[in-house]
Write a protein that binds this ligand. Sequence first.
Ligand code: AMP
Length: 396
Amino acid sequence: MNYNKKTIYDVDVKGKKVLLRCDFNVPQDKETGEITSNKRIVAAIPTIKYLLENGAAVIACSHLGKPKGEWKEKLTLAPVAKRLSELLNHEVIFAKDIIGEDAKAKAAALKPGEIMLLENLRFDIREEKNGEDFAKELASMAEIFVSDAFGTVHRAHASTAGVAKFLPAYSGLLVDKELSIMGKALDDPKRPFVAVLGGAKVSDKINVINNLLEKADTIIIGGGMAYTFKKAQGYEIGTSLLEADRIDYAKDMVKKAQEKGVKFMLPVDNLCAKEFSADAEPVLAEGNIPEDLMGMDIGPKTCEAFADAVKNAGTIVWNGPMGVFEFDKFAGGTKAMAKALAESGAVTIVGGGDSASAVEKLGFADKITHISTGGGASLEFLEGKELPGVACLLDK
Ligand code: AMP
């Protein structure tokens, strides 16, 4: 896949209307609807500022939550418009619809240096279905399309890919950063290239492992998914997470790694518990895990071995926690991994979702080269899949 895409620096935006796809899918308080984190709005600001300062009229759009084509008052983007306006210190005009009369009138009247936000794209079922008529209507309000919502580039929706059929399409600064850092890491990594994978399930990461076996020098497996691999190697794993139907796959992967000369590392000791609970007493098990215990985190010897393996790496990609990091007693392995990455001197890339929140929660975020803003998108990136929201952008 070609990641070398034209950006907003490659086009003269002066006096142009720009349709800007953002990821304003912010977390909200379930009761009050209040926005609980500004992070995604803040992440969009550099691109918005650049466009406004360079004389574009910006028509921003985003989805919020999963309204599934229905108009849901709780999922209106009106509070996002207000918060964006506060953060930008600039008026944000809010349209009461998406491609309706209000949006079209406001878009037509929009002047250079002004910004408006359309209502939640997913209030229209045609957004997620990539309806061509919907994409065409969206595009009709603008002259240029800019994609800055990395969290949705793995989806072929009207506003992420469909509109590029009707408008010249460029990446925003956020998407460009994701592409240049992750794209380089995968295509031309500084070696040794170490991939650290964790999280609950092997089945979620099969394509990631397949792809990384072709590229990485070392693959480290932790988290719940490690136990299927341990079982495949003949170890007892007690009541730990197991995907019995993936045991053969796990055996194949280890064999393939050996053939390719890729170092494949699994936990050698584990912190276990009698039950899946934050209050459970941690019990250390080396090698086999007793039948009444489940592996909840990697043990101290494993932490040391994994940290040692990343110490001299040139590039490290990490996706998925090493244990049940939500429980303090079992967060040690994930913390040790975050610290090892932070201290490594390598180009360090943390995939979105749980590993990103772990790194942030544990206070190592500022020592990581890049924390991806897209969970699903960064996983599909690591799978080597073509991302529709990237493929549709103009090549450099
Ligand atoms: P994923 O979404 O696949 O990245 O998985 C993240 C989840 O995996 C987190 O909620 C962790 O609590 C969970 N997890 C990590 N290690 C284990 C484990 N040993 N047993 C059960 N769940 C785990």
